[in-house]
Write a new protein. Structure first.
Length: 199
């Protein structure tokens, strides 16, 4: 009877040891997996890679977007504007505001200072101070036409700025935004050209 009891006790102890060993092994595998996953900083570092073309596009596109929002706000402050032009101005402001914040975040991540100037620049179809003042003073259909004609030039300038970075840039997020600018603003140009003929 005693020998039977001893055998049962030994078997139980052996089973317990085996289970403990399996558990320890599984735990180390699990930790190894966690350590491996924590090494995902490589992918975030990859996403942060950029070159001079990326920097130039972002630093120039921020003030470019800012002026587009200024133009939209100037139009939206007026009464008697064609509803379709109002909706387009709202669409432009709603799209470009978040893009500005995204681009500012990239510059911060890269340790790059943003450009300080926002208006009166002569690159990328930017409107002059005189043109902005003319838009601010205009009303009704004249204001709508000034907005549309100015924004067509402005959008074409943005597309001209976006195309080179698709060739020379390397940051995947910047390339995606550049393509978005080209696609979205090309479609808006077509809409604005049609509206100009109808107003």
């Amino acid at each position: 009877m005693r020998s039977t009891t001893r055998l049962l006790t030994s078997a139980a102890m052996l089973s317990a040891l085996l289970l403990t060993g399996c558990s320890a092994t599984g735990g180390s595998d699990s930790m190894a997996g966690m350590d491996h996953n924590s090494g995902s900083s490589d992918s975030s570092a990859e996403a942060a890679t950029h070159n001079a073309a990326d920097e130039m596009f972002v630093t120039m596109m921020i003030p470019h977007h800012e002026q587009a929002i200024e133009m939209a706000d100037a139009l939206l402050a007026k009464d008697g504007i064609d509803r379709r032009v109002v909706e387009l101005a709202e669409q432009i402001a709603a799209a470009q505001g978040p893009e500005i914040e995204t681009m500012r975040g990239w510059l911060e991540d890269w340790g790059v200072e943003p450009r300080s100037e926002s208006g009166g620049m002569d690159h990328g179809g930017m409107m002059s101070e005189d043109s902005m003042a003319e838009l601010a003073e205009a009303s009704g259909a004249e204001a709508a036409r000034l907005f549309l004609s100015g924004m067509i030039v402005h959008h074409r300038g943005a597309i001209d700025m976006a195309e080179p970075v698709l060739e020379d840039g390397e940051n995947p997020d910047v390339l995606a935004l550049a393509q978005q600018v080209i696609d979205g603003q090309s479609a808006e140009i077509a809409t604005m050209e049609r509206l100009l003929k109808e107003i």
